[in-house]
Design a protein around this ligand. Structure first.
Ligand code: OAD
Length: 258
């Protein structure tokens, strides 16, 4: 589906001349980099599991192997992934707008890889792991090469590696349902949302809090909303401009029209 040029121009018109842009991104922006979204149907052996049921402290407690291996699987996918044109287009916006802050729910690090300089990672980062017991303070990050190998290393269903300091399991440094966001991330994201003249929302279903509220905070403080998604999402209805298309196709056109 191709977004009409008039809508692209309307979005560019809202962005032209502003000083502060907040961008809120979700899994959809990385889809064209080959990373499945959370609410897509899963493939292969993971088709039996609901990602939302794996992303909880209780799931790790009940089945550390399964949860560790699900994230290991995502980490492997990520190793082969590169930013796509939408990540680069957002980085390029910094050449046009003085203050561009990307608030992302993604844990893939692709915004920074594309050159965005101010990124708030609301849900952590998949490339880092930490001690489950926070043995040297919260978070205690551990480089994977320093980890104690799992007791069943080499088997298909490995248990998580262990902390070299205390022997507890290691876990990904991502936020699970029911956990607090990284210290300071929510406060800064709220402040950036309220200060923005425009909020550009890209590739999120808009159903997971607190990220889902950020466009409302921005709009209530007077910001215009632009939403980019091939499917209507929870934000599309209240957006000033809804660009119904794939981020990798739409965002480079918006930047070109600036
Ligand atoms: P979702 O999987 O809920 O939504 C992805 C959105 O991307 C959907 O609305 C799709 O229509 C849209 N989409 C698909 N392809 C796209 C494309 N090429 N361009 C633009 N949009 C596209 O992902 P999130 O909204 O990010 O949290 O999910 C939010 C949080 O829920 C995640 O961070 C994760 C998850 O459970 C935790 O793990 C804590």
């Amino acid at each position: 589906m191709t977004v009409e040029q008039a809508w692209i121009d309307r979005a560019a018109g809202l962005l032209r001349g502003i000083k502060r842009l907040a961008v809120l991104t979700g899994a959809g922006i990385s889809k064209e980099s080959g990373i499945p979204t959370f609410r897509d149907a899963m493939e292969g052996m993971w088709a039996r599991y609901n990602p939302q049921e794996l992303a909880t402290p209780g799931a790790f407690e009940r089945s550390p192997k399964r949860v560790w291996n699900w994230y290991a699987h995502r980490r492997e996918m990520l190793a082969e992934a590169a930013p796509n044109p939408s990540h680069y287009a957002l980085a390029e916006m910094e050449a046009h707008i003085p203050e561009v802050v990307v608030i992302t729910q993604n844990v893939d690090g692709l915004h920074r890889a594309a050159g965005s300089t101010d990124v708030i990672e609301l849900h952590g980062n998949l490339s880092r792991v930490k001690c489950l017991d926070h043995c040297r303070g919260n978070p205690t990050h551990i480089a994977l090469e320093d980890a104690l190998p799992p007791e069943n290393a080499g088997e298909e269903d490995e248990t998580p590696p262990r902390c070299p300091h205390c022997g507890a399991y290691l876990r990904p440094d991502v936020v699970w349902f029911g956990e607090m966001l990284p210290p300071g991330a929510l406060e800064r994201a709220a402040q950036v949302s309220r200060a923005a003249e425009v909020m550009l929302v890209v590739g999120t279903s808009g159903v997971v809090q607190p990220a889902a509220s950020m466009p409302l905070w921005a709009a209530r403080a007077g910001a215009r909303l632009i939403d980019v998604n091939p499917n209507p999402d929870a934000i599309s209805g209240s957006a000033d401009v809804f660009l119904q298309g794939q981020a990798g196709k739409v965002l480079p056109r918006v930047v070109a029209a600036l």
